[in-house]
Write a protein that binds this ligand. Structure first.
Ligand code: FAD
Length: 302
């Protein structure tokens, strides 16, 4: 059996596995897709101490660093069930069952898609999801934000400071964001808010050229010409498979304490799948390290 078994091979899982292995304990890592969301990222400019890199390059560096240690890497394996008996038993999609004294869940999250034509085709070519990451790429350009909740309005405020103009598209007749954010948004000169509109299509071939939306009251179709679209309709944690195993919040994020411990003794979690305030590479790595140190502390006490 393992001392520490990490589930998920993104920045959080890689960091957790390295921190665990450095304690000289038996460590394994199971990942459906080693690298995680980083693989879907083009330029990364906010991973402090690395001025600029690209997602696939960082993913490769993560894997090389992990493989530098005595860690069992089980890539292309999806976990489907976790149970605690005398030890944790992790069942994989392929039927194998792995045993471990502690487990660290770092299965990350995925952005909620708007599911309109053009979204998939133009991902990373004008369709973006992370204003902290990609905002600066749209300096001086016209962009749209889809979603009028807190994350959408925060994104719009953020982008208004960088870009030429921001159009916010909200499906409902009213914005759902906190009033203070709405007030701040309304004070900005270069933002247009469209309410009660349904995004119909993101247009463009090599890059985004516009957004087509339907006015839900009149049924009329309109086109806005712009170069970037930020989809801000939520982040979904990859925790469905843990239903009933541990405590999660309303959004499905795993609730952890300051050492990454979940509601189940010996079970830890880190990265985008936990109830952290922000989701970034640097933050995931930090919480992965925390969870590994938490798991080590648990092992020496039990
Ligand atoms: P993830 O990266 O989501 O990794 C999750 C891992 O778990 C993957 O290996 C996945 O295959 C695996 N997994 C999931 N379910 C299972 C299962 N059931 N069984 C086994 N394995 C499973 N952040 C920045 O700091 N800077 C940026 O510039 C930046 N740009 C971004 C651009 C895009 C397009 C996206 C999508 C995100 C960006 N982010 C950026 C956010 C950053 O990528 C995430 O915060 C970070 O990857 C989270 O790391 P994680 O390890 O928690 O999860």
């Amino acid at each position: 059996p393992y001392d520490v078994l990490v589930v998920g091979g993104g920045p959080a899982g890689a960091s957790a596995a390295i921190y665990a292995a450095r304690k000289g304990i038996r460590t394994g890592i199971v990942a459906e897709r080693f690298g995680g969301q980083v693989l879907d990222t083009l330029s990364i400019e906010n991973f402090v101490s690395v001025k600029a890199t690209e997602g696939p390059k960082l993913a490769q560096a993560l894997e090389e660093h992990v493989k530098d240690y005595k860690i069992d890497v089980m890539d292309l394996q999806r976990a489907k069930r976790l149970e605690k008996k005398d030890m944790f038993e992790l069942e994989l999609e392929n039927g194998a069952v792995l045993k471990s004294k502690t487990v660290i869940i770092s299965t990350g999250a995925r952005w909620r898609n708007v599911n309109v034509p053009g979204e998939q085709e133009l991902k990373n070519k004008g369709v973006a999801y992370c204003p902290h990451c990609d905002g600066p790429l749209y300096e001086g350009k016209n962009v749209a934000v889809i979603g009028g909740g807190n994350s959408g309005i925060e994104a719009a405020i953020d982008l208004a400071g960088i870009t030429k103009h921001v159009t916010v598209l909200e499906f409902l007749p009213e914005l759902k964001a906190d009033q203070v954010l709405q007030n701040r948004l309304n004070s900005l000169p270069n933002v247009t808010v469209l309410k009660n509109v349904a995004t119909k299509e993101i247009t463009g071939t090599d890059g985004v050229t516009g957004v087509i939306y339907t006015d839900r009251e009149t049924g009329e179709e309109h086109n806005v010409e712009l170069e970037g679209v930020f989809v801000q309709i939520g982040l979904v944690p990859n925790t469905e498979w843990l239903d009933g195993t541990l405590d999660r919040n309303r959004m499905g994020e795993i609730i952890v304490d300051k050492s990454g411990a979940t509601s189940v003794p010996g079970l830890f979690a880190a990265g985008d799948c936990i109830d952290s305030a922000y989701n970034q590479i640097i933050i995931s790595m930090g919480s992965g390290a925390t969870a590994a140190l938490g798991a080590f502390d648990y092992l020496i006490r039990n």
